[in-house]
Design a protein around this ligand. Structure first.
Ligand code: SAM
Length: 262
């Protein structure tokens, strides 16, 4: 079947579960793709198979493929790791295992297609990176385990290290799913209401204003009257002021960045 438009809806068999869709669909050149190199392919699609990202996966608005590092393991036991050169605790993922797995993943790459290594040493992931990833043709994400991967692989493939935050997890799979989630929801057609993206926290350098819904009174607390006034001008002004106050008090770093731009 010929793809028709960028990131467009492709026909997908509606009865397939997201996991089946991950492996069984052909690659479409104009559909954003994530390729995951991992020791735990069964962890995917994980949370990405639910809700809007899962629906978009089923609809063929993006594609997900895993590459099992074990398939590239060495010897009868398919070893993927070894002790650190120079001694020390833990194990390191071998270059001659991770390298061929990445090469396999990259054999599907086209256009702008970065390789990211999920790593607490990396640059902290943010909304700007999600936007940039959504503009790529796809991404390959390497999920580490143990003490991480042999440094030579990172150098050889020109890999960018990206962190989910200043904490250490046992593996990169959660980080990969978080980053893919943030990216996929920016792809055309994935969220129904494009406006909701523009108003969200981090979209405009501000945190989002507080949200309310029915009932009008709960536990003695009322919805701020301006939101019930029907006056859209006043509502917009209130929301902007709330967003600015929140950002100033909670994220002085974001506020300072915004002020220096003005
Ligand atoms: C136990 S960690 C290794 C930590 C490494 N020895 C260090 O100190 O930088 C195992 C794997 O979990 C993943 N990981 C852990 N924390 C992460 C974070 N904050 N962001 C992204 N990936 C993370 C990485 O893929 C890493 O290779």
């Amino acid at each position: 079947m010929k793809p028709t438009r960028s990131h467009g809806r492709q026909s997908a068999r509606p009865n397939l579960k997201p996991r089946a869709l991950m492996q069984d669909t052909p690659d479409y050149a104009d559909v954003w793709q994530a390729r995951i190199v991992t020791l735990f392919p069964d962890l995917f699609p994980g949370v990405l198979g639910a809700s809007l990202t899962g629906k978009a996966l089923q609809e063929g608005r993006w594609q997900l493929h895993t590459h099992d590092l074990r398939d590239f393991g060495i010897g009868r036991h398919r070893n993927v790791d070894d002790t650190p050169a120079g001694g020390g605790a833990g194990m390191v993922m071998r270059a001659d295992v991770v390298g061929p797995a990445l090469a396999r993943a990259q054999s599907h790459a086209h256009g702008r297609w970065p390789i990211l290594y999920m790593s607490p040493r990396g640059r902290r992931f943010d909304q700007a990176m999600a936007r940039d990833l959504a503009d790529c043709a796809g991404v390959t994400m390497l999920c580490g385990r143990f003490e991480g991967v042999d440094e030579r692989v990172i150098e050889h493939f020109g890999i960018t290290e990206v962190s989910l935050g200043d904490f250490v997890m046992t593996g990169g799979e959660l980080a990969a799913q978080a980053m893919i989630d943030a990216t996929v929801r920016l792809l055309p057609g994935v969220l129904g209401n494009a406006e909701s993206i523009e108003e969200e926290s981090h979209a405009s350098g501000l945190l989002e204003h507080p949200q309310y819904t029915r009932p009008a009174e709960w536990e003695g607390r009322e919805i701020p009257p301006v939101l019930m006034s029907g006056n859209h001008g006043e509502i917009a002004k209130w929301r902007q002021a709330q967003a600015e106050d929140l950002t100033r008090s909670r994220r002085p770093d974001m506020w300072a960045a915004r002020e220096s731009k003005d």
